[in-house]
Design a protein around this ligand. Structure first.
Ligand code: IMP
Ligand code: MG
Length: 182
């Protein structure tokens, strides 16, 4: 199937193809299933980018799970470096005494996850771990404890499998490099 006439003026090479992603997501699901044996992890997806990864990951976990979602946005370019994050849609449920797994699409500067981890930790969970499909280690501005990582990738802007450029390309089943970084 052809997606957006790939390659086109915007889309560069495929970095991670569909099979590679699906295999790694199954591995992460198996690892989480082992680590949380006897527990009922509560998997919180960060909208919108992590929605596709979250949907595939929870189906790779061989345990009872519960799900929730949170949407965040930054206050804008000026406050971006402060790491201040605005909650656009909060969780539906309490985190009291639950084992939380925060599901993120990509860990870049780390500012978003740093803020969210502090925010969620204040809500009384029993434990919190983080799973990120992609990680750009060279971009990190603040250290974030990440427990599960799908792939380390180079410092290039990527789209697909939930990740967007101006809200597009989220539905690509693979991850491709954007030719012109935004
Ligand atoms: P940070 O770790 O706070 O810098 O922000 C991570 C967020 O920036 C992710 O959740 C994405 O929404 C966005 N982001 C970072 N790098 C990329 C990329 O290469 N493609 C698409 N979105 C990205
Ligand atoms: Mg995101």
């Amino acid at each position: 199937m052809t997606w957006y006439n790939h390659p086109n003026e915007e889309l560069g090479p495929i970095l991670l193809d569909q099979e590679t992603i699906q295999k790694r997501v199954r591995e992460l699901g198996a690892e989480i299933s082992r680590d949380y044996k006897g527990k009922l992890p509560h998997l919180i997806g960060i909208l919108k980018g992590a929605s596709i990864f979250h949907a595939d990951l929870v189906r790779s976990i061989d345990l009872g799970v519960s799900l929730d979602f949170i949407a965040v946005g930054s206050y804008g370019a000026l406050t971006k470096s402060s790491g201040e994050v605005r909650i656009l849609k909060d969780l539906d449920e309490s985190l009291e005494d639950r084992d939380i797994i925060l599901v993120e699409d990509i860990l870049d500067t780390g500012l978003t996850l740093h803020y969210l981890l502090h925010n969620l930790a204040s809500r009384g969970p029993r434990s919190i771990r983080v799973v990120a499909l992609l990680n750009k280690p060279s971009r990190r501005e603040i250290e974030v404890p990440v427990d599960y990582i799908g792939f380390d990738i180079p410092d290039q802007f990527v789209v697909g499998y939930g990740l967007d450029f101006s809200q597009r390309y989220r539905n690509l089943p693979y991850v491709a490099i954007l030719k012109v970084a935004p």
